[in-house]
Unconditional design. Structure first.
Length: 363
């Protein structure tokens, strides 16, 4: 069944399940009224269980294409708490607002300007982008919030992020971030200062704030301090060692791109220089791991190959949606940092100084 929080009465009035009625009141209301889907007009059941949040449900799935998936308890609870969050701050907020012009239903529509999507299930990046474009056609700002089933560990750490989670990033200010919400504690979390390593592995900062302390428009995370960035560097160093160890066990070193690049650059495969594998903002432009695309960049620098030619050669694979100019800018940014090393050996502190300066420069 499809579970929702808004229904139409026989008088064509909207009836909201936002906590204004207790279960006993709802049980009486259920005997007195009939409810219908605001979209397809099909009859709805008012379900009032002991454990789950009261909600409406279609008798069947047929005839309604505006609710794409069954609602989980987490999703229902999260939407109610977010509705409460905006009401307490005197915003005009509509729950499950259907927009017929684009045939989309926003979880919450705030002041007619912001569509809040509280996403608890997996969604393809393409579907997410399509929904975002729909809102923008109506000059509505879309804000995606990932639903959490359990709290996150806070601090600087390694994060495994799926493609749809990356697509949820908000780009307010210089630092994109992912906003998350944990309904059981009524608490927001942020994944910010995200730096790509490889595949679904990122390093970032996770921090939380209670709903009572949150503001709207939502608070924006701050850049990393130098002490925090030192932790980032330590994680990158450990991930670099892990990557190199895996490459050294490759069955065919002649065909192994990492081994071949090290040979061309006359580098010790087991101990490449410090300037290979450093964190750079925008590294997600490439599908290759950080160590590998940076080796390609250094090789191009030595051979005096233009960066756009390197990209067009097919040696680097761009991530979906990445433009050639974006990728070239990331390579240029990295090589400008690389040239700061001067080819000399560096202490950990001097390496930190240079890479942190490069991080700050791009904010």
């Amino acid at each position: 069944m499809i579970d929702i929080l808004v229904a139409k009465t026989e008088q064509q009035e909207l009836f909201y399940l936002t906590g204004q009625h207790d279960r006993h009141e709802l049980q009486y209301i259920r005997t007195q009224r009939r409810f219908f889907c605001p979209s397809c007009q099909a009859p709805l059941l008012l379900k009032i269980g002991v454990i789950n949040i009261p909600h409406f449900a279609h008798r069947t799935l047929s005839g309604c294409d505006h609710y794409s998936e069954p609602e989980s308890s987490l999703h229902l609870q999260g939407k109610l708490l977010l509705h409460q969050f905006f009401k307490q701050r005197n915003f005009k907020v509509n729950l499950e607002n259907y927009l017929p012009e684009i045939r989309q239903r926003a979880d919450l529509l705030v002041d007619g300007q912001y569509a809040i999507e509280f996403q608890c299930s997996t969604i393809s990046p393409e579907d997410l982008q399509q929904r975002s474009q729909g809102y923008r056609r109506l000059d509505i700002k879309d804000i995606w919030i990932k639903g959490l089933q359990e709290p996150c560990n806070e601090g600087i750490g390694l994060l495994r992020l799926k493609s749809h989670e990356i697509a949820m990033q908000q780009k307010r200010g210089a630092l994109p971030f992912i906003l998350l919400f944990f309904p059981p504690a009524n608490r927001f979390y942020y994944h910010s200062n995200l730096l790509f390593i490889s595949s679904n592995r990122w390093v970032g900062k996770t921090k939380s704030i209670s709903a009572a302390m949150q503001v709207f428009p939502f608070a924006v995370p701050k850049p990393l301090s130098k002490a925090e960035f030192k932790t980032v560097m330590e994680i990158f160093k450990a991930e670099k060692k892990r990557y190199i160890r895996n490459q050294l066990y490759a069955e065919n070193r002649i065909r192994n791109v990492y081994c071949r690049l090290c040979y061309e650059l006359r580098m010790d495969m087991a101990n490449v220089p410090e300037f290979i594998g450093i964190p750079v903002r925008g590294a997600q432009c490439f599908k290759e791991p950080v160590v590998l695309w940076q080796l390609h960049a250094v090789a191009a620098q030595e051979k005096k190959i233009p960066l756009r030619d390197l990209i067009r050669s097919g040696k680097l694979t761009l991530s979906a949606g990445t433009q050639e100019g974006q990728a070239a800018a990331v390579l240029e940014d990295y090589l400008s940092c690389f040239l700061s090393f001067g080819g000399s050996a560096l202490t950990d502190n001097s390496l930190l100084d240079i890479v942190y300066h490069n991080y700050c420069k791009t904010l």
